[in-house]
Design a protein around this ligand. Structure first.
Ligand SMILES: Nc1ncnc2c1ncn2[C@@H]1O[C@H](COP(=O)(O)OP(=O)(O)OP(=O)(O)O)[C@@H](O)[C@H]1O
Ligand SMILES: [Mg+2]
Length: 530
Protein backbone atom coordinates (compact mmCIF):
# COMPACT_ATOMS: atom_id res chain seq x y z
CA UNK A 1 0.00 0.00 0.00
CA UNK A 2 1.33 3.42 -0.94
CA UNK A 3 1.87 6.22 1.51
CA UNK A 4 0.05 8.72 -0.69
CA UNK A 5 -3.68 8.54 -0.25
CA UNK A 6 -4.74 12.08 -0.98
CA UNK A 7 -4.48 14.28 -4.05
CA UNK A 8 -5.83 17.56 -5.31
CA UNK A 9 -6.15 18.82 -8.89
CA UNK A 10 -7.74 21.88 -10.45
CA UNK A 11 -10.60 21.63 -12.90
CA UNK A 12 -13.18 24.21 -13.99
CA UNK A 13 -16.87 24.71 -14.49
CA UNK A 14 -19.02 27.27 -16.23
CA UNK A 15 -21.51 29.46 -14.36
CA UNK A 16 -23.71 31.24 -16.86
CA UNK A 17 -21.06 32.04 -19.45
CA UNK A 18 -18.10 32.57 -17.14
CA UNK A 19 -15.60 29.95 -16.12
CA UNK A 20 -14.57 29.30 -12.53
CA UNK A 21 -11.90 27.05 -11.08
CA UNK A 22 -13.00 23.97 -9.13
CA UNK A 23 -10.70 22.00 -6.85
CA UNK A 24 -11.05 18.24 -7.22
CA UNK A 25 -9.86 16.42 -4.10
CA UNK A 26 -9.63 12.67 -3.73
CA UNK A 27 -9.05 10.80 -0.50
CA UNK A 28 -8.55 7.06 -0.20
CA UNK A 29 -9.25 5.40 3.14
CA UNK A 30 -9.41 1.85 4.29
CA UNK A 31 -12.86 0.41 4.61
CA UNK A 32 -15.50 -1.14 2.42
CA UNK A 33 -14.87 -0.31 -1.25
CA UNK A 34 -17.20 2.53 -2.17
CA UNK A 35 -17.07 5.96 -3.70
CA UNK A 36 -18.76 9.18 -2.60
CA UNK A 37 -18.89 12.49 -4.39
CA UNK A 38 -19.45 15.53 -2.19
CA UNK A 39 -19.67 19.26 -2.87
CA UNK A 40 -23.05 19.94 -4.47
CA UNK A 41 -22.75 17.61 -7.43
CA UNK A 42 -25.54 17.33 -9.96
CA UNK A 43 -26.66 13.79 -10.99
CA UNK A 44 -24.58 14.23 -14.17
CA UNK A 45 -21.48 14.46 -11.98
CA UNK A 46 -22.40 11.37 -9.95
CA UNK A 47 -22.52 9.45 -13.22
CA UNK A 48 -18.98 10.58 -13.76
CA UNK A 49 -17.89 8.05 -11.15
CA UNK A 50 -19.19 5.18 -13.26
CA UNK A 51 -17.46 6.47 -16.37
CA UNK A 52 -14.21 6.92 -14.46
CA UNK A 53 -14.41 3.41 -13.03
CA UNK A 54 -14.84 1.84 -16.48
CA UNK A 55 -12.32 4.16 -18.15
CA UNK A 56 -9.62 3.30 -15.59
CA UNK A 57 -10.13 -0.45 -15.99
CA UNK A 58 -10.24 -0.26 -19.79
CA UNK A 59 -7.02 1.73 -19.83
CA UNK A 60 -5.12 -0.89 -17.85
CA UNK A 61 -5.29 0.77 -14.42
CA UNK A 62 -6.59 -0.50 -11.15
CA UNK A 63 -9.63 1.02 -9.58
CA UNK A 64 -8.69 1.22 -5.88
CA UNK A 65 -10.68 -1.17 -3.72
CA UNK A 66 -10.95 1.35 -0.90
CA UNK A 67 -13.29 3.96 0.45
CA UNK A 68 -12.94 6.82 -2.04
CA UNK A 69 -14.15 10.33 -1.31
CA UNK A 70 -14.24 12.87 -4.11
CA UNK A 71 -14.76 16.48 -3.01
CA UNK A 72 -15.53 19.28 -5.42
CA UNK A 73 -14.87 22.74 -3.99
CA UNK A 74 -16.03 25.42 -3.45
CA UNK A 75 -19.11 23.63 -2.19
CA UNK A 76 -21.57 26.46 -2.85
CA UNK A 77 -21.25 26.24 -6.63
CA UNK A 78 -23.49 23.69 -8.24
CA UNK A 79 -21.41 21.22 -10.27
CA UNK A 80 -22.84 19.80 -13.45
CA UNK A 81 -21.67 18.24 -16.67
CA UNK A 82 -18.94 15.86 -17.62
CA UNK A 83 -15.88 18.11 -17.64
CA UNK A 84 -14.57 16.84 -14.29
CA UNK A 85 -14.15 13.21 -15.44
CA UNK A 86 -10.49 13.53 -16.32
CA UNK A 87 -9.58 15.42 -13.15
CA UNK A 88 -11.38 12.85 -10.99
CA UNK A 89 -9.69 9.96 -12.81
CA UNK A 90 -6.25 11.55 -12.62
CA UNK A 91 -6.69 12.43 -8.94
CA UNK A 92 -7.65 8.83 -8.15
CA UNK A 93 -4.60 7.58 -10.05
CA UNK A 94 -2.33 9.97 -8.17
CA UNK A 95 -3.83 9.13 -4.78
CA UNK A 96 -3.34 5.43 -5.50
CA UNK A 97 0.23 6.02 -6.70
CA UNK A 98 -0.43 4.94 -10.27
CA UNK A 99 0.53 8.36 -11.64
CA UNK A 100 2.88 11.00 -10.27
CA UNK A 101 1.56 14.29 -9.04
CA UNK A 102 4.44 16.37 -10.40
CA UNK A 103 3.16 16.10 -13.99
CA UNK A 104 -0.04 17.89 -13.04
CA UNK A 105 1.48 20.78 -11.14
CA UNK A 106 -0.23 24.13 -11.83
CA UNK A 107 -2.32 22.53 -14.55
CA UNK A 108 -6.01 22.96 -15.26
CA UNK A 109 -7.44 19.51 -16.03
CA UNK A 110 -10.60 19.25 -18.14
CA UNK A 111 -12.26 16.49 -20.13
CA UNK A 112 -14.99 13.91 -20.39
CA UNK A 113 -14.12 10.22 -20.42
CA UNK A 114 -15.74 7.58 -22.56
CA UNK A 115 -16.02 4.12 -20.98
CA UNK A 116 -13.15 3.07 -23.23
CA UNK A 117 -10.89 5.72 -21.71
CA UNK A 118 -11.02 7.97 -24.77
CA UNK A 119 -11.18 11.68 -24.01
CA UNK A 120 -14.20 13.55 -25.37
CA UNK A 121 -14.72 17.26 -26.04
CA UNK A 122 -16.65 19.34 -23.54
CA UNK A 123 -18.46 22.65 -24.07
CA UNK A 124 -17.31 25.91 -22.47
CA UNK A 125 -13.54 25.41 -22.70
CA UNK A 126 -12.91 29.00 -23.75
CA UNK A 127 -14.30 30.58 -20.54
CA UNK A 128 -12.65 27.79 -18.50
CA UNK A 129 -9.25 28.58 -20.02
CA UNK A 130 -9.87 32.25 -19.38
CA UNK A 131 -10.64 31.49 -15.73
CA UNK A 132 -7.38 29.54 -15.47
CA UNK A 133 -5.43 32.49 -16.79
CA UNK A 134 -7.23 34.77 -14.37
CA UNK A 135 -5.95 32.78 -11.41
CA UNK A 136 -2.45 32.68 -12.83
CA UNK A 137 -2.35 29.11 -14.18
CA UNK A 138 -0.25 28.63 -17.27
CA UNK A 139 -0.97 25.03 -18.27
CA UNK A 140 -4.09 23.27 -19.36
CA UNK A 141 -4.64 19.58 -20.09
CA UNK A 142 -7.67 18.67 -22.13
CA UNK A 143 -9.12 16.47 -24.91
CA UNK A 144 -7.50 16.94 -28.31
CA UNK A 145 -10.84 18.11 -29.69
CA UNK A 146 -10.79 21.15 -27.39
CA UNK A 147 -7.17 22.20 -27.90
CA UNK A 148 -7.64 24.84 -30.59
CA UNK A 149 -10.34 26.53 -28.59
CA UNK A 150 -8.24 26.73 -25.42
CA UNK A 151 -5.30 28.08 -27.42
CA UNK A 152 -7.37 31.18 -28.24
CA UNK A 153 -6.44 32.37 -24.76
CA UNK A 154 -2.90 33.61 -25.17
CA UNK A 155 -0.15 32.68 -22.75
CA UNK A 156 -1.55 29.20 -22.08
CA UNK A 157 0.45 26.03 -22.64
CA UNK A 158 -2.12 23.65 -24.02
CA UNK A 159 -1.60 19.88 -23.60
CA UNK A 160 -3.97 17.73 -25.59
CA UNK A 161 -4.52 14.01 -25.10
CA UNK A 162 -6.84 11.69 -26.94
CA UNK A 163 -7.11 9.05 -24.21
CA UNK A 164 -6.25 8.28 -20.63
CA UNK A 165 -3.84 5.63 -21.91
CA UNK A 166 -1.93 8.12 -24.03
CA UNK A 167 -1.72 10.49 -21.07
CA UNK A 168 -0.39 7.76 -18.78
CA UNK A 169 2.23 6.67 -21.31
CA UNK A 170 3.50 10.24 -21.59
CA UNK A 171 3.75 10.47 -17.82
CA UNK A 172 6.07 7.44 -17.86
CA UNK A 173 8.37 8.77 -20.57
CA UNK A 174 11.43 10.87 -19.86
CA UNK A 175 10.13 13.77 -21.94
CA UNK A 176 6.93 13.81 -19.92
CA UNK A 177 4.14 15.65 -21.62
CA UNK A 178 6.27 17.20 -24.37
CA UNK A 179 4.57 15.19 -27.06
CA UNK A 180 1.16 16.33 -25.83
CA UNK A 181 1.98 20.03 -26.23
CA UNK A 182 -0.42 21.44 -28.75
CA UNK A 183 1.36 23.44 -31.41
CA UNK A 184 -1.60 24.40 -33.55
CA UNK A 185 -2.80 23.14 -36.85
CA UNK A 186 -0.48 22.86 -39.80
CA UNK A 187 -2.94 24.98 -41.74
CA UNK A 188 -1.97 28.64 -42.00
CA UNK A 189 -3.98 30.67 -39.54
CA UNK A 190 -6.01 33.67 -40.56
CA UNK A 191 -5.34 36.91 -38.75
CA UNK A 192 -8.46 36.50 -36.67
CA UNK A 193 -7.06 33.22 -35.37
CA UNK A 194 -4.35 35.07 -33.52
CA UNK A 195 -4.47 34.97 -29.78
CA UNK A 196 -6.82 37.26 -27.96
CA UNK A 197 -4.06 39.59 -26.90
CA UNK A 198 -3.09 40.43 -30.44
CA UNK A 199 -5.40 43.39 -30.55
CA UNK A 200 -3.63 45.25 -33.31
CA UNK A 201 -5.69 43.51 -35.99
CA UNK A 202 -7.82 45.94 -37.93
CA UNK A 203 -11.45 45.21 -37.40
CA UNK A 204 -13.23 44.53 -40.66
CA UNK A 205 -16.82 44.74 -41.84
CA UNK A 206 -18.69 41.49 -42.11
CA UNK A 207 -18.83 39.84 -45.48
CA UNK A 208 -22.39 39.71 -46.65
CA UNK A 209 -23.50 38.25 -49.94
CA UNK A 210 -26.67 40.33 -49.75
CA UNK A 211 -26.32 43.97 -50.77
CA UNK A 212 -28.70 46.85 -50.18
CA UNK A 213 -28.45 47.77 -53.86
CA UNK A 214 -30.81 44.82 -54.48
CA UNK A 215 -33.57 46.68 -52.66
CA UNK A 216 -35.38 49.16 -54.93
CA UNK A 217 -36.74 52.35 -53.40
CA UNK A 218 -37.30 52.24 -49.63
CA UNK A 219 -34.97 55.17 -49.10
CA UNK A 220 -36.50 56.06 -45.76
CA UNK A 221 -36.28 52.49 -44.47
CA UNK A 222 -32.65 52.25 -45.56
CA UNK A 223 -31.80 55.44 -43.72
CA UNK A 224 -33.57 54.17 -40.62
CA UNK A 225 -31.64 50.89 -40.80
CA UNK A 226 -28.35 52.78 -41.10
CA UNK A 227 -29.27 54.76 -37.98
CA UNK A 228 -30.21 51.55 -36.17
CA UNK A 229 -26.91 49.91 -37.12
CA UNK A 230 -24.85 52.99 -36.23
CA UNK A 231 -26.12 53.30 -32.66
CA UNK A 232 -27.34 49.75 -32.02
CA UNK A 233 -30.97 50.83 -31.75
CA UNK A 234 -33.98 48.52 -31.91
CA UNK A 235 -36.04 48.83 -35.09
CA UNK A 236 -39.43 47.64 -36.33
CA UNK A 237 -40.51 47.77 -39.98
CA UNK A 238 -44.25 47.69 -40.63
CA UNK A 239 -45.86 47.49 -44.04
CA UNK A 240 -47.87 45.51 -46.58
CA UNK A 241 -46.66 42.12 -47.88
CA UNK A 242 -43.98 42.00 -50.52
CA UNK A 243 -42.58 45.49 -50.00
CA UNK A 244 -39.12 44.30 -48.99
CA UNK A 245 -39.18 44.27 -45.17
CA UNK A 246 -37.56 40.86 -44.83
CA UNK A 247 -35.12 41.74 -47.61
CA UNK A 248 -34.12 44.95 -45.84
CA UNK A 249 -33.42 43.34 -42.46
CA UNK A 250 -31.58 40.35 -43.97
CA UNK A 251 -29.03 42.84 -45.29
CA UNK A 252 -28.39 44.40 -41.90
CA UNK A 253 -25.28 42.27 -41.05
CA UNK A 254 -23.38 43.99 -43.87
CA UNK A 255 -23.63 47.40 -42.22
CA UNK A 256 -23.20 46.49 -38.56
CA UNK A 257 -20.15 48.12 -36.94
CA UNK A 258 -17.18 45.72 -36.77
CA UNK A 259 -16.74 44.09 -33.36
CA UNK A 260 -13.92 45.04 -31.01
CA UNK A 261 -11.62 42.26 -29.77
CA UNK A 262 -13.32 42.44 -26.42
CA UNK A 263 -16.73 41.94 -28.02
CA UNK A 264 -15.35 39.06 -30.12
CA UNK A 265 -14.13 37.24 -27.03
CA UNK A 266 -17.46 37.73 -25.24
CA UNK A 267 -19.40 36.32 -28.19
CA UNK A 268 -17.01 33.41 -28.70
CA UNK A 269 -17.29 32.47 -25.02
CA UNK A 270 -21.07 32.29 -25.33
CA UNK A 271 -20.87 30.02 -28.37
CA UNK A 272 -18.26 27.90 -26.60
CA UNK A 273 -20.60 27.38 -23.64
CA UNK A 274 -23.54 26.66 -25.94
CA UNK A 275 -21.40 24.14 -27.86
CA UNK A 276 -22.10 26.06 -31.06
CA UNK A 277 -18.66 27.10 -32.26
CA UNK A 278 -18.56 26.54 -36.01
CA UNK A 279 -14.77 26.91 -36.10
CA UNK A 280 -12.77 26.00 -33.06
CA UNK A 281 -9.53 27.76 -33.87
CA UNK A 282 -10.73 31.31 -34.41
CA UNK A 283 -12.63 33.88 -32.48
CA UNK A 284 -16.01 34.88 -33.86
CA UNK A 285 -15.41 38.25 -35.48
CA UNK A 286 -18.80 38.93 -37.03
CA UNK A 287 -21.74 40.12 -35.00
CA UNK A 288 -24.27 37.33 -34.49
CA UNK A 289 -27.48 37.55 -36.51
CA UNK A 290 -30.14 35.28 -35.07
CA UNK A 291 -33.52 34.79 -36.73
CA UNK A 292 -35.54 32.27 -34.71
CA UNK A 293 -38.82 31.02 -36.17
CA UNK A 294 -42.03 32.39 -34.64
CA UNK A 295 -42.89 28.99 -33.17
CA UNK A 296 -40.11 29.47 -30.59
CA UNK A 297 -41.03 29.28 -26.89
CA UNK A 298 -40.21 31.84 -24.22
CA UNK A 299 -37.57 29.43 -22.91
CA UNK A 300 -35.97 29.13 -26.33
CA UNK A 301 -35.85 32.87 -26.62
CA UNK A 302 -34.47 33.90 -23.23
CA UNK A 303 -32.96 30.62 -22.04
CA UNK A 304 -34.33 27.88 -19.82
CA UNK A 305 -34.07 24.41 -18.41
CA UNK A 306 -33.41 23.19 -14.88
CA UNK A 307 -29.77 24.02 -15.46
CA UNK A 308 -30.35 27.01 -17.69
CA UNK A 309 -28.91 27.13 -21.18
CA UNK A 310 -28.46 30.38 -23.08
CA UNK A 311 -31.40 31.33 -25.30
CA UNK A 312 -31.58 33.25 -28.58
CA UNK A 313 -31.21 36.63 -26.85
CA UNK A 314 -27.84 35.51 -25.46
CA UNK A 315 -26.77 33.95 -28.75
CA UNK A 316 -27.59 37.38 -30.25
CA UNK A 317 -25.42 39.18 -27.65
CA UNK A 318 -23.48 42.02 -29.36
CA UNK A 319 -25.44 41.26 -32.52
CA UNK A 320 -28.96 41.27 -33.91
CA UNK A 321 -32.08 39.34 -32.94
CA UNK A 322 -34.33 39.33 -36.02
CA UNK A 323 -37.98 38.56 -35.32
CA UNK A 324 -39.70 38.36 -38.69
CA UNK A 325 -43.52 38.62 -38.51
CA UNK A 326 -43.40 39.87 -34.93
CA UNK A 327 -47.14 39.43 -34.07
CA UNK A 328 -46.91 35.72 -34.96
CA UNK A 329 -44.65 35.07 -31.95
CA UNK A 330 -46.42 33.78 -28.84
CA UNK A 331 -47.33 36.62 -26.53
CA UNK A 332 -45.45 34.97 -23.65
CA UNK A 333 -42.30 34.82 -25.75
CA UNK A 334 -42.54 38.50 -26.65
CA UNK A 335 -43.18 39.52 -23.06
CA UNK A 336 -40.14 37.53 -21.94
CA UNK A 337 -38.04 39.92 -24.04
CA UNK A 338 -38.94 42.93 -21.94
CA UNK A 339 -36.46 42.28 -19.16
CA UNK A 340 -33.42 41.54 -21.37
CA UNK A 341 -34.28 44.49 -23.63
CA UNK A 342 -34.10 46.73 -20.59
CA UNK A 343 -31.30 45.15 -18.55
CA UNK A 344 -29.16 43.76 -21.40
CA UNK A 345 -28.87 40.51 -19.51
CA UNK A 346 -31.11 37.60 -18.57
CA UNK A 347 -31.48 36.43 -14.99
CA UNK A 348 -32.92 32.99 -14.42
CA UNK A 349 -33.58 32.00 -10.83
CA UNK A 350 -33.30 28.34 -9.93
CA UNK A 351 -33.61 26.58 -6.60
CA UNK A 352 -29.92 26.71 -5.81
CA UNK A 353 -28.57 29.56 -7.86
CA UNK A 354 -29.33 32.58 -9.96
CA UNK A 355 -27.94 32.34 -13.47
CA UNK A 356 -27.01 35.41 -15.46
CA UNK A 357 -26.50 35.46 -19.19
CA UNK A 358 -25.43 38.51 -21.17
CA UNK A 359 -28.06 39.68 -23.66
CA UNK A 360 -27.02 42.99 -25.15
CA UNK A 361 -28.72 42.41 -28.46
CA UNK A 362 -30.27 44.70 -31.01
CA UNK A 363 -33.86 43.85 -31.94
CA UNK A 364 -34.86 44.09 -35.60
CA UNK A 365 -38.44 43.12 -36.32
CA UNK A 366 -40.96 43.20 -39.13
CA UNK A 367 -44.73 43.05 -39.24
CA UNK A 368 -47.79 43.74 -41.35
CA UNK A 369 -50.06 46.53 -40.12
CA UNK A 370 -53.07 44.18 -39.86
CA UNK A 371 -53.91 40.48 -40.37
CA UNK A 372 -54.46 40.83 -44.15
CA UNK A 373 -51.49 43.12 -44.41
CA UNK A 374 -52.96 45.93 -46.51
CA UNK A 375 -54.23 48.39 -43.91
CA UNK A 376 -53.17 51.90 -44.87
CA UNK A 377 -51.37 50.64 -47.97
CA UNK A 378 -50.88 53.44 -50.45
CA UNK A 379 -51.74 52.56 -54.03
CA UNK A 380 -48.26 53.64 -55.01
CA UNK A 381 -49.65 54.92 -58.35
CA UNK A 382 -50.92 51.48 -59.21
CA UNK A 383 -54.45 50.38 -60.00
CA UNK A 384 -56.08 47.49 -58.26
CA UNK A 385 -53.98 47.49 -55.09
CA UNK A 386 -55.72 45.16 -52.64
CA UNK A 387 -57.60 46.95 -49.90
CA UNK A 388 -57.67 46.02 -46.27
CA UNK A 389 -60.49 43.63 -45.48
CA UNK A 390 -59.94 43.34 -41.73
CA UNK A 391 -62.51 44.31 -39.11
CA UNK A 392 -61.48 46.82 -36.48
CA UNK A 393 -61.69 44.07 -33.86
CA UNK A 394 -59.33 41.88 -35.85
CA UNK A 395 -56.90 44.78 -36.28
CA UNK A 396 -57.00 45.60 -32.58
CA UNK A 397 -56.47 42.01 -31.57
CA UNK A 398 -53.53 41.71 -33.98
CA UNK A 399 -51.84 44.83 -32.67
CA UNK A 400 -52.46 44.00 -29.05
CA UNK A 401 -50.09 41.06 -29.40
CA UNK A 402 -47.32 43.60 -29.25
CA UNK A 403 -47.74 45.30 -25.91
CA UNK A 404 -47.14 48.97 -25.20
CA UNK A 405 -44.11 48.31 -23.02
CA UNK A 406 -42.65 46.27 -25.87
CA UNK A 407 -43.19 49.06 -28.41
CA UNK A 408 -41.79 51.54 -25.90
CA UNK A 409 -38.47 49.69 -26.13
CA UNK A 410 -38.19 50.06 -29.89
CA UNK A 411 -36.38 53.25 -30.92
CA UNK A 412 -37.28 53.21 -34.59
CA UNK A 413 -40.78 52.43 -35.81
CA UNK A 414 -40.71 52.63 -39.59
CA UNK A 415 -43.49 52.39 -42.12
CA UNK A 416 -42.55 50.63 -45.36
CA UNK A 417 -44.76 51.22 -48.41
CA UNK A 418 -44.82 49.98 -51.96
CA UNK A 419 -42.51 52.29 -53.97
CA UNK A 420 -44.40 55.21 -55.59
CA UNK A 421 -43.40 54.32 -59.11
CA UNK A 422 -40.64 52.42 -60.81
CA UNK A 423 -38.94 55.74 -61.60
CA UNK A 424 -38.53 56.71 -58.01
CA UNK A 425 -37.60 53.16 -57.18
CA UNK A 426 -34.00 53.30 -58.28
CA UNK A 427 -31.82 51.17 -56.17
CA UNK A 428 -30.80 54.05 -53.89
CA UNK A 429 -28.20 53.39 -51.21
CA UNK A 430 -25.98 50.31 -51.53
CA UNK A 431 -24.38 48.54 -48.60
CA UNK A 432 -21.19 50.54 -49.21
CA UNK A 433 -23.10 53.85 -49.08
CA UNK A 434 -24.78 52.86 -45.84
CA UNK A 435 -21.49 51.75 -44.30
CA UNK A 436 -20.10 55.21 -44.98
CA UNK A 437 -22.95 56.71 -42.90
CA UNK A 438 -22.47 54.17 -40.13
CA UNK A 439 -18.70 54.72 -40.13
CA UNK A 440 -19.06 58.41 -39.38
CA UNK A 441 -21.29 57.64 -36.40
CA UNK A 442 -18.89 54.97 -35.13
CA UNK A 443 -16.04 57.46 -35.08
CA UNK A 444 -18.08 60.03 -33.22
CA UNK A 445 -19.10 57.46 -30.60
CA UNK A 446 -15.53 56.21 -30.19
CA UNK A 447 -14.30 59.74 -29.61
CA UNK A 448 -16.68 60.06 -26.68
CA UNK A 449 -15.80 56.67 -25.28
CA UNK A 450 -13.26 57.60 -22.59
CA UNK A 451 -15.20 58.03 -19.39
CA UNK A 452 -18.16 55.94 -20.48
CA UNK A 453 -18.36 52.27 -19.75
CA UNK A 454 -20.52 51.56 -22.80
CA UNK A 455 -19.80 52.56 -26.34
CA UNK A 456 -23.01 52.50 -28.34
CA UNK A 457 -25.60 55.24 -28.15
CA UNK A 458 -28.40 52.69 -27.96
CA UNK A 459 -26.85 51.32 -24.77
CA UNK A 460 -26.44 54.65 -22.98
CA UNK A 461 -28.57 55.48 -19.99
CA UNK A 462 -28.72 57.80 -17.02
CA UNK A 463 -25.74 60.04 -16.46
CA UNK A 464 -23.77 58.66 -19.40
CA UNK A 465 -26.63 59.50 -21.75
CA UNK A 466 -27.04 63.00 -20.41
CA UNK A 467 -23.31 63.65 -20.63
CA UNK A 468 -23.15 62.36 -24.19
CA UNK A 469 -26.24 64.18 -25.41
CA UNK A 470 -25.82 67.91 -25.25
CA UNK A 471 -28.69 69.69 -26.98
CA UNK A 472 -29.04 73.06 -28.63
CA UNK A 473 -31.74 75.14 -26.86
CA UNK A 474 -34.21 74.66 -29.72
CA UNK A 475 -33.59 70.94 -29.73
CA UNK A 476 -34.18 70.86 -26.01
CA UNK A 477 -37.47 72.78 -26.38
CA UNK A 478 -38.65 70.41 -29.08
CA UNK A 479 -37.95 67.41 -26.90
CA UNK A 480 -39.82 69.00 -24.01
CA UNK A 481 -42.82 69.75 -26.25
CA UNK A 482 -42.89 66.20 -27.53
CA UNK A 483 -42.85 64.93 -23.98
CA UNK A 484 -45.72 67.22 -22.95
CA UNK A 485 -47.87 66.77 -26.03
CA UNK A 486 -47.38 63.19 -27.17
CA UNK A 487 -47.81 61.80 -23.70
CA UNK A 488 -44.72 59.65 -24.09
CA UNK A 489 -43.10 57.79 -21.22
CA UNK A 490 -39.84 58.86 -19.63
CA UNK A 491 -38.26 55.79 -21.14
CA UNK A 492 -39.45 56.86 -24.59
CA UNK A 493 -38.07 60.34 -23.96
CA UNK A 494 -34.64 58.86 -23.24
CA UNK A 495 -34.92 56.76 -26.35
CA UNK A 496 -35.62 59.84 -28.46
CA UNK A 497 -32.54 61.42 -26.92
CA UNK A 498 -30.34 58.41 -27.75
CA UNK A 499 -31.65 58.27 -31.27
CA UNK A 500 -31.08 62.01 -31.76
CA UNK A 501 -27.52 61.45 -30.57
CA UNK A 502 -26.96 58.83 -33.28
CA UNK A 503 -28.56 60.97 -36.01
CA UNK A 504 -26.35 63.91 -35.01
CA UNK A 505 -23.30 61.62 -34.98
CA UNK A 506 -24.12 60.43 -38.49
CA UNK A 507 -24.12 64.04 -39.65
CA UNK A 508 -20.94 64.84 -37.80
CA UNK A 509 -22.56 67.25 -35.29
CA UNK A 510 -21.25 67.34 -31.75
CA UNK A 511 -24.27 69.16 -30.35
CA UNK A 512 -27.72 67.78 -31.11
CA UNK A 513 -29.86 70.10 -33.23
CA UNK A 514 -33.62 70.48 -33.50
CA UNK A 515 -33.68 68.68 -36.87
CA UNK A 516 -32.09 65.61 -35.28
CA UNK A 517 -34.67 65.54 -32.50
CA UNK A 518 -37.46 66.08 -35.02
CA UNK A 519 -36.34 63.09 -37.07
CA UNK A 520 -36.01 60.94 -33.95
CA UNK A 521 -39.56 61.87 -32.82
CA UNK A 522 -40.92 60.81 -36.20
CA UNK A 523 -39.70 57.28 -35.52
CA UNK A 524 -41.75 57.02 -32.32
CA UNK A 525 -45.10 56.28 -33.96
CA UNK A 526 -46.52 54.24 -36.77
CA UNK A 527 -49.31 55.91 -38.77
CA UNK A 528 -52.75 54.83 -37.60
CA UNK A 529 -51.50 53.53 -34.24
CA UNK A 530 -52.67 55.21 -31.12
N1 LIG B 1 -38.13 47.10 -52.57
C1 LIG B 1 -37.91 45.98 -53.26
N2 LIG B 1 -36.93 45.93 -54.18
C2 LIG B 1 -36.70 44.80 -54.88
N3 LIG B 1 -37.38 43.67 -54.72
C3 LIG B 1 -38.38 43.65 -53.83
C4 LIG B 1 -38.69 44.80 -53.05
N4 LIG B 1 -39.71 44.51 -52.25
C5 LIG B 1 -40.03 43.23 -52.51
N5 LIG B 1 -39.24 42.70 -53.46
C6 LIG B 1 -39.33 41.34 -54.00
O1 LIG B 1 -40.37 40.70 -53.31
C7 LIG B 1 -39.90 39.60 -52.57
C8 LIG B 1 -40.55 39.61 -51.19
O2 LIG B 1 -40.01 40.65 -50.41
P1 LIG B 1 -39.96 40.53 -48.84
O3 LIG B 1 -40.00 39.12 -48.45
O4 LIG B 1 -38.84 41.33 -48.34
O5 LIG B 1 -41.34 41.22 -48.49
P2 LIG B 1 -41.94 41.51 -47.07
O6 LIG B 1 -42.17 42.98 -47.00
O7 LIG B 1 -41.11 40.89 -46.03
O8 LIG B 1 -43.35 40.80 -47.17
P3 LIG B 1 -44.21 40.04 -46.05
O9 LIG B 1 -44.93 41.10 -45.30
O10 LIG B 1 -45.17 39.21 -46.83
O11 LIG B 1 -43.27 39.26 -45.22
C9 LIG B 1 -38.42 39.76 -52.48
O12 LIG B 1 -37.76 38.51 -52.48
C10 LIG B 1 -38.10 40.52 -53.75
O13 LIG B 1 -37.95 39.62 -54.83
MG1 LIG C 1 -41.37 39.30 -44.76
Amino acid sequence: MSTMSYSKLTSASVQGVDGCAIAVEVDLASGLPQINVVGLPDPSVRESVERVRAALRNSGFQFPMQRITVNLAPADIRKEGTAYDLAIAAAILIASAQLQERHFKDTLVIGELALSGELCRVPGVLPMAEAARRIGMKRILLPAGNAAEAALISGMEVYAASSLKQLAECCREAEGWDSLLWRGDERPKSSSAESVNASATDSVWAENRLDYSDVLGQHAAKRALAIAAAGRHNILLSGPPGTGKTMLIRRLPGILPPMSDEESLEVTKIYSVAGKLARLDTLITERPFRSPHHTISAGGLVGGGSIPRPGEVTLAHRGVLFLDELPEFPRAALESLRQPLEDREVTLARARAVYRFPASFQLAASMNPCPCGFLGATAGGAQGQPECSCSQTAIDRYRSRISGPMLDRIDLLVEVQRPESIDSAQSGMSTADMRALVQRAIQAQQKRRPGFDVLWNGELSGVALRRAASLQPEASNLLQQAFDRLGISLRARDRILKLSRTIADMEGCEVIEASHVAEAIQYRRLPGWS
